[in-house]
Write a protein that binds this ligand. Sequence first.
Ligand code: ADP
Ligand code: ZN
Ligand code: ZN
Length: 805
Amino acid sequence: MNFAEVIVDVTTKNIDRPFDYRIPDKWRGMIKKGMRVVVPFGPRKIQGFVINVKDASDLSGRSVKDIEEILDLTPVLTEELLELSDWLTEKTLSYKITALQAMLPPAMKAKYAKEIKVIGNEPLPEPLQSLFSERNALSYSDIEDPRTLKLIQRQVQEGNLEVTYKVNQKTNKKTQRTVSALRSKAELKEALSGLSPQAVKQKAILEFFIEGSEGMTVTVKELVDKTGGSSASLKPLLQKGLLQEGEREVYRDPYQDRMFKKTEPLPLTEEQSRAYEAISEAVENDRHDVFLLHGVTGSGKTEIYLQSIEKVLNAGKEAIVLVPEISLTPQMVHRFKGRFGSQVAVLHSGLSTGEKYDEWRKIHRKEVRLAVGARSAIFAPFENLGMIIIDEEHETSYKQEEMPRYHAKEAAIKRAEHHRCPVVLGSATPTLESYARAKKGVYKLLSLKHRVNSQVMPDVSLVDMREELRNGNRSMFSRALMEELEKTLEKGEQAVLFLNKRGYSSFVMCRDCGYVIQCPHCEISLTYHRFGQRLKCHYCGFETGMPSTCPECTSEHIRYFGTGTQRVEEELTKILPQARVIRMDVDTTSRKGAHEKLLTSFGKGEADILLGTQMIAKGLDFENVTLVGVLSADTMLHIPDFRAAEKTFQLMTQVSGRAGRHEKPGKVIIQTYTPSHYSIQLTKTHDYETFFQQEMMHRRVQAYPPYYYLALITVSHEEVTKTALVTEKIVQYLKANIQGDAKILGPVASPIARIKDRYRYQCVIKYKQDHQLAPLLKNIMDHYKRDIEQKQLTISIDMNPYMMM
Ligand code: ADP
Ligand code: ZN
Ligand code: ZN
């Protein structure tokens, strides 16, 4: 094999294809599909992926360049993943390189350092001559003055300077210093007797090696810990040649120091057994079934996952479990590590780049057989997959909102097809799409209707907050919730208070004229941050101080609205001064490990009330929690998204599920301004089935998924007329060319009409089958290629949008 086809790290339309490179003789036979290499590309050296090797190239000998460097000694992408990347590219209309990179940990994405080198012999004009007088290369990032850059540009054109690109790898490995004995035990004993009596620490170290096993290697840290010695006392022993130092590669394992109590499989309930048997049967027969495990909160879905995984591991295969980022809590990690110990790799965004890379390598080296992680863990490079589980399958975080815009569920099904293994989708509130598929028999439905140990579902009551206001209660706590909180505290039990923050934030408004302070660059109100009294834009990062008067009418009655967790906490301590409150939000959990510390503390009963946002809605399982309060159920109901009702029902059901999961019965109080809405009404009876029926009716009437597929095209440009015009043209083109049963909506301004000074318009396509939509969309992208490459126009296509903003 003399040539390699390489996908290079450049994201433009024209370059989105493999390029041929010659394999230098020294690497013949070594370079394989799925390895990363560095190749020359124009004036640069860039990273690329080998996707094929072959004997001959169609290009004439001279124009084929040599591969410059190999970055991997074994392929980092398996053949299966390479194929999957093709599918990803097709499905999401992304660049090939973007799809390939999405499958690897961020540490393996190339970083480039731009360097400027002197190549001519002519003296350079000042100030360049002095700049380069001492060295012959400068880093591009060191040059700040744009005038200097201009000069450099000219010299590059004249051939006196050259810009080169170096590929920098971030894939550094962590090592630890180790010590081992260099002499026999007899010799060490002899040395020991020769030491001066004061050298107590040196003695202790020597004794440690004399007593230890032959040829033992320990880390310096361990040695110091065990002998009470120090680096200083170690030094003379090394110098005398009694001991020797070494280095050992270690993983940055964020969980290494923690103890995981080993757990044993629980005897399954009858419902659990039925589900488990069905999954087992598919595992035994290597059948690619997709199961929808629909089980009420607390029905013991995780135990079914654990026992199914055990079955897979016992068969010598591997498994992937996807868990939403937000519920990948230490508690969750414990459940898997407790059962499978060191066979587990955990991948989530809380890890550092290095830690993520190390966890990935454990999978790659086949040192673990179970990967538990958020969305991107779906690309774990296992080669003998026996099962993929997606917990909380309704979670929108499984959809990636940047290129490649894939949904982990679809990728999971694709991979499982290849490996002929089952997929298990679990949820108490499945997406309408999944449940509809299960009803049609495309997925196999497994239902768990009861909680384990037949605890009853918590008793949910709704409180109409309009009524409260009419009765003169202006507080954010209804009387019912107050009473229940007091009762819970009296009984020595715990409560969880949930503030539904998504969909609205604390904005600043003038009470006299109603003026809302907006970002000058984006069509969105600024968010108030109590810390430093700042106003921030969550889309572009714009920041400004809090004004003391209204910019519109100069009134002083300008203040922030919306209830932040801090304000809730303040009010709570006023009305329930005896309550110990733990607040969990982005502010209190930003430090590493803070999340876990707060939860552990709550679990130990060090607080009475856990107050928080979305991050406490899921996965928490505390014995003593008997009350759950939702401060406002409706905030998500009014976002411009056809899934608003579904999301509201899901969230309310999840939050309610935190109460009364063990012996003590639970109570839930949901405060709302729209108590009659079916998505809120039906949480009272935990009635998923009826919710499904009702919501399906709406979806049918409005032609939304699962009745129709959706695609969202968003166009953005600095000029509003151009934005509208391009979108209009796209709509016309689609209307003229799309076949059959499709609807094209738009052009309309996007719900957020401007971001970072760029206007945004959108068009929504609703279609039944794939009416050759992809080729049409590709034509559109081709048509606007130039404008897009010049970065003036952006057209983003989302083939399965979850964010309609
Ligand atoms: P879900 O994920 O369906 O909400 P979990 O898996 O968290 O439910 O289970 C709820 C609780 O029930 C957990 O504390 C779990 O340990 C316990 N549990 C699950 N299965 C059994 C069983 N068969 N016997 C006893 N306890 C169980
Ligand atoms: Zn005003
Ligand atoms: Zn902004």
